[in-house]
Design a binder for this molecule. Structure first.
Ligand code: GLY
Ligand code: MN
Ligand code: MN
Length: 463
């Protein structure tokens, strides 16, 4: 086995130990998706499947049994299809290439699965992730059940494989950490390129549109070997930055306005996720700088709160405290109306300008899998009435951060024009987002090859 097949074999072995000697795990990869007539979306494998196999072809399944055996079902070699779609690994070469114990054509799945399931006590598969999977498994199980009089033994339990795989994927190993660092670095260089293009084009008197800056990001991602953007790129000029899910479009990038870019690449199956907000012409105005420094201070507080033993919610709470105090200080919130800092937090008055959470797990998926509640404290349910909606919210103690977990830290402020809101802040939208890896001493920011400090951004954009 090569170094990388060993890695996947170790993950399969770890999973096999957890499903028990008579367990069986079924993991299909993702289906191909049609975009429109005769044209598919670019293919992206299923993250669970890839985590256990390192295999990126479509139409494949992995079967792992509790005795540690793994079987791959994959597309058979087919000279004619390979002329159109490209080379396939094929079942003959798969054991050597991937380190699996056996491999068959995916066309044999229905014939082989009943005998693989026969005698197992529990069948594990990812719940609610693959359309039609439950029905397919039901078919195999009912076929097996129909033959019990001939001595077959049908599994009595169906278990959610996500519970095991989510927990494994939450803790990034050294191999994963290295890829995520590189993804972060490529994405950061894409941001630098977009920032410099913006100020250079404006200085030259050229018209700049959001898509010009998006093109710079995509160019850098592909130039450095990243396979794709990790999610739909947001390039939002001026007021567009206040639309949280805005996509890069044709908006005019104007001197004197800010640009918010939330874009990053996926490299070898791992996402990065970066947001930077910068002045289109390279020079912050007074009000822009005031709000930018506030969001940066909130991110600093979130970074300081990210360390082993802290809760997942601690960075959010630290960021909210800074943002809420800042909103009172700069007059976005009126003390006479909303009260003091404690009131603003208690009543969620800051929500008018900061309406999302400060982060999420990141890994193979940009919003990665992993429990946000602490497994050992799952029974400690508390309820409270939400100050804004009046809804009764059930909550459990948040996840305790451990080394090797990766999360984003992404506070922001979004100011839509409204009565009572100082006009100098209208239409300013700012977010600063970095990817943090929890380390023994606190956290490592994997995306800081692009700066965040005002002076550094301005220097970069003058260069
Ligand atoms: N880019 C997606 C997010 O920030 O969550
Ligand atoms: Mn994010
Ligand atoms: Mn993002």
């Amino acid at each position: 086995m090569t170094h990388s097949t060993t890695l996947y074999a170790q993950r399969r072995a770890q999973l096999a130990r957890q499903i028990g000697p008579r367990g069986i795990a079924l993991i299909p990869t993702a289906p191909e998706q049609q975009r429109n007539r005769d044209s598919d979306f670019p293919y992206r494998h299923d993250s669970y499947f890839y985590y256990l196999s390192g295999f990126t072809e479509p139409k494949a399944w992995l079967v792992i049994t509790g005795d540690g055996q793994s079987t791959l079902f994959c597309q058979p070699k087919d000279v004619e299809r390979e002329i159109w779609d490209g080379l396939r690994l094929g079942p003959l070469a798969a054991p050597q290439a991937l380190g699996v114990d056996a491999a068959f054509s995916v066309a044999e799945l229905d014939a082989q699965l009943p005998s693989l399931l026969d005698g197992c006590d529990a069948v594990w598969f990812p719940f609610a992730t693959h359309k039609g999977l439950e029905t397919r498994i039901d078919g195999w199980l009912s076929g097996l059940r129909a033959r019990v009089r001939y001595g077959t033994l049908c599994p009595q339990q169906q278990r959610d494989l996500c519970t095991l795989l989510d927990e494994m994927r939450l803790h990034k190993d050294l191999h994963e950490q290295a890829i995520m660092r590189r993804a972060g670095s490529i994405s950061a260089q894409g941001h630098i390129r977009a920032m410099q293009t913006s100020s250079r084009m404006l200085r030259a008197g050229q018209e700049v549109r959001e898509y010009h800056l998006e093109a710079e990001l995509l160019h850098e991602f592909r130039r450095q070997g990243a396979q794709a953007p990790a999610y739909g790129s947001i390039v939002a000029a001026g007021a567009n930055a206040c639309v949280l899910h805005y996509r890069a479009d044709a908006g005019l990038v104007q001197s004197g306005e800010l640009v918010l870019i939330d874009a990053a690449c996926e490299l070898d199956g791992y996402a990065s996720d970066i947001t930077r907000t910068f002045p289109a012409n390279g020079c912050f105005s007074g009000p822009q700088r005031t709000l930018y420094e506030l969001v940066l201070a909130a991110q600093d507080a979130a970074v300081a709160a990210t360390r082993p033993g802290a809760r997942f919610t601690d960075p959010h709470e630290a960021a909210v405290k800074v943002l809420a105090q800042g909103m009172l200080d700069v007059g976005l919130l009126d003390k006479d109306k909303v009260g003091n800092l404690a009131d603003v937090i208690e009543n969620r008055s800051y929500f008018a300008f900061y309406m999302h959470r400060t982060g999420h797990w990141i890994g193979m998926d940009v919003h990665d899998c992993g429990d946000y509640t602490e497994p050992s404290e799952i029974g400690q349910v508390s309820t409270r009435k939400d100050a804004l909606t009046g809804d009764i919210i059930k909550s459990r103690p948040a996840r305790i951060l451990r080394t090797g977990m990766a999360l984003t830290l992404e506070p922001g402020i979004y100011v839509r024009p409204a009565q009572g809101v100082p006009e100098c802040f209208h239409n300013i939208g700012i977010r600063i987002e970095d990817d943090a890896l929890v380390t023994e001493g606190g956290c490592e920011l994997m995306t800081r090859d692009v700066p965040v400090a005002v002076a550094e951004i301005e220097a970069l954009m003058r260069a």
